[in-house]
Design a protein around this ligand. Structure first.
Ligand SMILES: Nc1ncnc2c1ncn2[C@@H]1O[C@H](COP(=O)(O)OP(=O)(O)OP(=O)(O)O)[C@@H](O)[C@H]1O
Ligand SMILES: [Mg+2]
Length: 226
């Protein structure tokens, strides 16, 4: 279980704190969601959880033990809101091999298969992939690290309905073995896949007992058969 206790984040350059005494728990085997409007601090929250930003105060614990930012970077896998900005490899194969120098072509293909990118050429440049493929590649890179905590920043933004459905199915499967936290400004997309979470507003978290639902015409978000 990952636990945030009274986390506040107030960078010197911000007029008001971005996060004010935020507390939450993420359990392995469960996916949770943080909803919030643009600018409410969702990405910042993920940066703090994943050890990329140091909180001004508060504690992050894993299985009851306090963790520093370095330990958090090991524990957590963050799939960025705009993954295309963070690719380092010149090819899909290189991107997958970062941190796994001995990754074989078979292992790379297995990682791609896990995220529905089977058959993708390892020679292809990441920037030539579609938005949905880039997001899934970024997820494959994180899954190779096998993080205990998987953090997904707006995983469905800008994707069409078919690809969104695939991502949601994947999410349900991935949360069985790890703690998953999704942040999104479209919480209704995740009803049926994620049971609960919080709304982030003015730096504070309010529990969401049930996710808002969308009209029956748009759900269920299942993989469309060709
Ligand atoms: N290091 C920083 N210095 C100053 N302000 C910051 C810093 N980090 C975050 N902020 C501010 O915190 C607020 C929240 O930003 P954040 O990117 O976390 O929002 P978000 O909810 O992810 O928005 P979006 O839905 O548009 O992605 C913004 O107003 C941003 O300017
Ligand atoms: Mg954001």
């Amino acid at each position: 279980m990952l636990e945030l206790r009274n986390i506040s984040y107030h960078p010197a350059s911000a007029v008001a704190p971005v996060l004010c005494s935020v507390s939450l728990s993420l359990a392995v085997g469960r996916a949770s969601l943080v909803a919030g409007r643009s600018g409410s601090g969702k990405t910042t929250l993920l940066e703090v959880i994943s050890g990329l930003a140091d909180p001004s105060s508060g504690q992050v614990l894993w299985e009851g033990e306090l963790l520093n930012s370095r330990q958090l970077r090991w524990l957590c896998g963050l799939v960025f809101q705009f993954p295309e900005r963070h690719f380092l490899g010149l090819s899909v194969g290189q991107e997958l091999k970062l941190g796994h120098r001995r990754l074989t072509a078979e292992e790379a293909q297995a990682a791609l298969q896990l995220v529905g990118l089977e058959g993708l050429s390892l020679q292809q440049a990441p920037e030539q992939l579609s938005g949905g493929q880039q997001r899934r590649l970024a997820l494959a890179v994180q899954l190779l690290r096998n993080p205990k905590v998987l953090l997904l920043d707006e995983p469905t933004a800008g994707l069409d309905w078919a690809v969104r459905g695939e991502i949601l199915e994947l999410l349900a499967a991935l949360s069985q073995e790890r703690a998953v936290l999704v942040v999104s400004h479209e919480p209704e997309l995740f009803s049926g896949v994620i049971d609960g979470g919080w709304r982030l507003e003015r730096g504070q978290l309010e529990p969401l007992s049930t996710l808002p639902t969308i009209g029956k015409t748009m759900a269920p978000l299942k993989r469309t058969q060709p």
